[in-house]
Design a protein around this ligand. Structure first.
Ligand code: ZN
Length: 231
């Protein structure tokens, strides 16, 4: 049997997977009769959209268990972004590599110290670490340390305060993640180096505009927002 790969394995893990695949393939005996496709999840081997839905339902966490909750003080695109974060469905370099998309590097574009997973980008990277320190200092909450994406998306749940305070902090965390992702894209696609002070200024101004109008806080003042003297 001759293999025809689209690209060669790029690390030890991929090489091991390739060897496993070749071993599995070597065990298969091909018949001289015509082959047919069979959809394994269906007992009769028939493909249907319903069986795909059932498969996804069984393999995904129930919506109630997802660590993301919708926040209508930020736009829909930011909510969808947060939801994709929670499900680890953002197209980071590590995620793209898992989809067999070939890249010259999968390292983090900010620091190049580690591979760019969502966890690294938003929680572990030196850039996001500084951003979280600056954000927590701005909104007067204990320093944000996240060991998982879920930790980030649940920061607001552990802050003492009213429902409004928690919702406000959740909105700011989501906007911060959104802004980090935009900076990451600007760096990759336009070569624009990240400026953390400017990034924080963008987080403050964007969150001010969105929260003021979406939460109908018409009396919200920019100076008070910058000092987070609002409640
Ligand atoms: Zn990094």
């Amino acid at each position: 049997m001759t293999w025809d790969w689209r690209r060669v394995p790029e690390d030890a893990a991929e090489l091991a997977e390739q060897n496993d695949l070749i071993n599995i393939g070597s065990l298969a005996s091909l018949s001289q009769f015509g082959e047919t496709w069979s959809w394994v999840p269906d007992p009769k081997g028939n493909f249907s959209v319903k069986s795909v839905k059932n498969l996804l339902h069984r393999s995904s966490p129930p919506i109630g268990e997802c660590c993301f909750s919708w926040n209508n003080w930020v736009p829909r695109k930011v909510n969808i972004f947060g939801w994709r974060m929670a499900l680890d469905r953002l197209p980071t370099r590590v995620a793209l590599a898992h989809c067999n998309i070939s890249m010259s590097s999968i390292c983090c574009p900010f620091c190049c110290d580690k591979d760019e997973s969502a966890y690294h980008l938003f929680a572990e990277c030196a850039v996001s670490f500084i951003v979280w320190q600056m954000v927590s200092s701005w909104i007067n909450i204990p320093p944000i340390y996240a060991f998982t994406i879920e930790d980030l998306l649940r920061v607001h749940e552990h802050i003492a305060g009213s429902v409004i305070v928690k919702k406000l902090i959740q909105a700011i965390v989501l906007i911060s993640c959104w802004s980090l992702w935009k900076s990451r894209n600007d760096l990759i696609f336009s070569g624009t180096r990240v400026d953390i002070s400017r990034l924080l200024a963008e987080i403050k101004s964007t969150s001010f505009l969105w929260v003021k109008h979406r939460a109908k806080m018409n009396l919200l003042d920019w100076a008070d927002w910058c000092s987070f003297n609002i409640l």
